[in-house]
Design a binder for this molecule. Structure first.
Ligand SMILES: Nc1ncnc2c1ncn2[C@@H]1O[C@H](COP(=O)(O)OP(=O)(O)O)[C@@H](O)[C@H]1O
Ligand SMILES: [Mg+2]
Length: 250
């Protein structure tokens, strides 16, 4: 199945920014699923509040409670680049108070994501911080690839260590856990060795582009972060559809 879960250990290393950058570069139809129990970012951020906030995981959780998860799924998506229908957004919750009810549909949502493969859709799931109370573990467990985002600082790597241990214990494909390093700090070169996990991407510290991804605006072409996102999206996509193993590891 074509599901990439992207998450962090602690802090805000750039999970949502990374998930959106990957989605915008994905070489096939894809759904960006905002599963972070702390809330979704793209509606108020990248889309700058220009779309009605009447769709997303909270509305889907209500549909799930009525036994209509699959029927109502596509109606809860937003086309990020209309009218293409190739990059779709399942908006996350606008208030963390909805996190518990969203978590209740976790197993069924994970199964639905797995089945989207049959319709030619991949999923990039922004799962946020793994230490949260209502983390959607079923999606992480079922994902073919799990990306842990870390910044190249000692605190970020220190917090990643215990998180990786729980991730390895829980993940359905622990051999497919990968690091995405945000190159802000001196430990980029040794992060993979320190954590014992393959590094699949090193993205530059690029506040201007990151701000446009998280707050809206035109993305500059050829900027290194966008180039790296494009490269990683193609790597992950190729890996997902080649027996689920993330290829081209650095
Ligand atoms: N590669 C980067 N370079 C510079 N700033 C970044 C980068 N990635 C993310 N940021 C910034 O860091 C902040 C947190 O990013 P976000 O993606 O929301 O983190 P998370 O989802 O992990 O909480 C945002 O202000 C974002 O613009
Ligand atoms: Mg986030």
């Amino acid at each position: 199945m074509g599901v990439v879960a992207i998450c962090s250990a602690k802090g805000s290393p750039g999970v949502s920014t990374g998930a959106l950058a990957l989605t915008l570069s994905w070489p096939a139809p894809v759904v960006l699923a905002e599963c972070d129990p702390a809330g979704g970012d793209a509606l108020p951020g990248y889309l700058a509040g220009q779309m009605p906030a009447d769709r997303g995981t909270a509305e889907l959780a209500v549909a799930h409670a009525r036994g209509r998860l699959r029927e109502d799924f596509f109606g809860n998506l937003i086309d990020l680049q209309p009218p293409g229908q190739r990059r779709l957004l399942l908006p996350g919750i606008s208030s963390p108070t909805s996190a518990g009810v969203v978590a209740q549909m976790g197993p069924d949502l994970a199964a639905l994501f797995g089945d989207l493969d049959g319709q030619g859709l991949d999923v990039v799931a922004d799962c946020g911080r793994l230490s949260a109370e209502h983390t959607l573990w079923p999606i992480i467990v079922a994902a073919s690839t799990v990306l842990l985002v870390v910044r190249a600082t000692l605190p970020s790597l220190a917090h990643a260590q215990p998180t990786l241990a729980s991730l390895e214990a829980a993940a359905g494909h622990p051999q497919n856990i990968r690091l995405l390093i945000i190159d802000q700090g001196p430990y980029t070169g040794e992060a993979g060795r320190r954590l014992g996990v393959p590094v699949v991407g090193v993205w530059p510290w690029a506040p201007r582009v990151a701000r446009r991804l998280s707050q809206g605006g035109v993305l500059p072409r050829g900027q290194r972060l966008i180039v790296e996102a494009h490269r990683l999206a193609h790597t992950l996509h190729a890996g997902l559809h080649r027996k689920g193993v993330a290829a081209d590891v650095r």
